[in-house]
Design a protein. Sequence first.
Length: 789
Amino acid sequence: MLGSLLLLLLFWSSAFSFPGAFAYSRLTKGSSLSVENQEDVLISPNGLFTAGFHSVGINAYSFAIWFTEKLSNRTIVWMANRDHPVNGKHSKLTLLKDGNLILTDASKFISWATNTASASFVQILLQNTGNLVLTEKDNVLWQSFDVPTDTLLPGQPLTRYTRLISSRSQNNYSSGFYKLFFDDDNVLRLVFDGPETSSIYWPDPWLLSFEAGRTRYNDSRVAVLDSWGHFQSSDRVGFSANDFGPGIQRRLTLDFDGNFRLYSLDTTTRSWIASWEAMIGSCRIHGACGPNSLCSHYPSSGRKCSCLQGYRVKNYTDWAYGCEPEYQLPCNSREVTYIKLSHVNFYGYNIDILHNSTLEKCEKICNESRKCKGFQYRFNKENGVYDCYPKSAFRNGFISPTYSGMLHLKQPKAIALATDQPAKISSLICSSSSIVTLNRTYKKKGERESVRILLWFVPALGLLEMICIVSVWFFLYRSRRTSDKQPYVHLSTGFRKYSFSELKKATKNFGEEIGRGGSGIVYKGVLLDHRVAAVKRLKEANQDGAEFLAELSIIGRLNHMHLIDIWGYCAEGKHRLLVYEYLEHGSLAENLHCTVIDSKMRFEIALGTAKGLAYLHEECLEWVLHCDIKPQNVLLDSNYHPKLADFGLSKLLRRAEVNDLSFSKIRGTRGYMAPEWIGNLPITSQVDVYSYGVVLLEMVTGKSPKMHVQTFGVGGEMVEKTLIEWVREIVKGDGEITAWIDEILDPLLDNTQCDKGKMALLVRVALHCVEEDRKVRPTMRQVVEMLLH
Ligand SMILES: *[C@@H]1O[C@H](CO)[C@@H](O)[C@H](O)[C@H]1NC(C)=O
Ligand SMILES: *[C@@H]1O[C@H](CO)[C@@H](O)[C@H](O)[C@H]1NC(C)=O
Ligand SMILES: *[C@@H]1O[C@H](CO)[C@@H](O)[C@H](O)[C@H]1NC(C)=O
Ligand SMILES: *[C@@H]1O[C@H](CO)[C@@H](O)[C@H](O)[C@H]1NC(C)=O
Ligand SMILES: *[C@@H]1O[C@H](CO)[C@@H](O)[C@H](O)[C@H]1NC(C)=O
Ligand SMILES: *[C@@H]1O[C@H](CO)[C@@H](O)[C@H](O)[C@H]1NC(C)=O
Ligand SMILES: *[C@@H]1O[C@H](CO)[C@@H](O)[C@H](O)[C@H]1NC(C)=O
């Protein structure tokens, strides 16, 4: 009844505004949808989905299903003929009398068909779930859910017979190079299947399936996203949207960049927000930039590709082709030399792997092999030796400040000496974004080429400018890094599993407690290799060990000088433990009331903490919100450099709570919590910004935000104010720094030595961070920039 009413309404409204146009709810034998009439569409009864012809370029159309609501762009969830678009004239989707659904191109060629047959009554309709079904009475003859393109909708299973294939680029919907499917060993995998090579990149190829938290022994091979936002696969990989709960529109898409993401529709901004993603740091996705090129990731502008020195771009419209050498390497090994590229890594194509090798030995091997194009040389923190990887090809390369290895690139001596620049990087946007131009009936060529070159030339100029800035930044950053005491940061591919008895022994039966928090108790311990560690014993949980591992393997991969290093974990029975590096000076909370921490040090701690948080927010989307920034979670090493602790724990713990249904969404610590937690607003990275602001105020004033500040009111009576209110009023009252800063400054700070300018800057930034309205708070990246000026 309601359905038919809606139908009538839809019919009436569309017939009214577009004379001669129809939005159908079903298609019966003999009827068709025409490409020429854009209102010729099928709409699901709930109005959420629309099926019709979608323009994929000039005069090129594909039959597709999309979300009816037009957000910034139409969100396509399925396509019938992604690789064979049809002409914009006379093309039609027709349900034939014999039960076959066909798509004809310019009414001549059949571009796509379901190849179904039925003599009885058949109809095609678009269900509320977004599934396009061809039914014969109650019998399903064909459905779009069985032939997905790059997207899974809630309730749509991925099975042994189906796979997702990414789009070619953001604007080219044809089949791309990335695939998600159940492999022969029952494990769900992401594979880059490029023009020349193919390689698995998810789960991490160097891990055995059980190490990645997968099982090979369940051969049902099925994975599905439920309506609450939880995805579960038969190989045990499972995850939840970070806005887990019913009533939210979601989709799982294998994006054109090779990342597999869960998106949720944000009802306030009406836009898609990634609420989970398979890969952190899109440069670790294989094939990102093609051979001989390097991928780099910029939080603001995304992924960029650049050629290695001595190589040039092969095809400017498509980075998948990578780069080609500008000159031949000489045969004579005496005419070659090596240039060093720091923070550069290439995966695979090793001629050999040598553990515990010297640089000389490694160079010698590469000298002697004509196949060797260079070698990777890096410190292996686990056994404290250097490893050598001579390479026969450069593929899957990335450059990242957090990667500590070095590439030694073979070059002809004459050229390397002539250029005398360590690492020239030329860069362009990775994916081509040219629009399809298809004009079958009237083919024209000529001026288009020159326009295209011009179109590429303009952004290239802009980029050239950017490259200069980026490389300057990069060298500054690098020189600062190498002057650190610990130049080699552990590449966290293999953090270790510890047994419970081993950790029990290391901590002397959990004897020396060094900290305690909502998530568990921290003990000091000495590992078998004599490293001093902080062992955190999480509250016992009924959670699945595999899920714990899957989450942990991501947290363990985060790596930054201002994040605490995770060395390993233990998951045995109900025991869940994390093993961290031990930091000598404990937490900021313990040190805040010592005079050692002067104003200069406080500023450096504020800046370092901001950098660590900015890294968390940018590399991990919203996925690893800290959600509990407070002085107890900022730890200080022997030089009082800050490192954030406890990141990612909110996610690990929330999972356990979701399962027992009594979960409250609120987490964090009183005094530091953003108003969103109480207001039931979406929780974004801005909650961390707020808490960070409160910590800054605490660092400057020495006053805890948990207590109220008592002052005298206008009439001389005592009034209580929160720390934020108190500071805000004083700062507002006076223009001059000198007037207000003295009033709020921590009395412990030596008045003569104190850098009041820096403290005032902290206060200003802090007040910006603790704005009630989360939209006006700065991002952590902006905070870092403000502090650096
Ligand atoms: C929308 O599409 C245009 C080109 O079709 C693209 O440039 C733009 O980035 C897209 N916007 C979003 C938000 O994806
Ligand atoms: C295999 O996976 C399916 C789907 O996740 C699950 O229902 C089933 O219980 C699993 N079978 C075994 C033996 O674990
Ligand atoms: C560059 O790539 C485009 C798009 O894939 C292709 O059409 C073109 O032929 C390529 N050009 C060369 C020189 O390989
Ligand atoms: C490798 O070859 C270069 C060029 O002849 C030479 O300078 C270098 O010493 C050689 N390295 C080793 C370890 O033999
Ligand atoms: C590495 O090699 C050196 C000398 O070849 C040796 O003394 C050392 O014990 C080795 N280290 C390891 C961890 O094998
Ligand atoms: C879209 O990608 C396919 C596959 O590479 C290619 O054949 C087609 O020409 C592309 N379309 C455009 C306009 O780039
Ligand atoms: C496609 O054909 C139409 C004629 O119907 C013509 O006007 C248009 O310029 C053509 N487009 C291109 C890009 O050649």
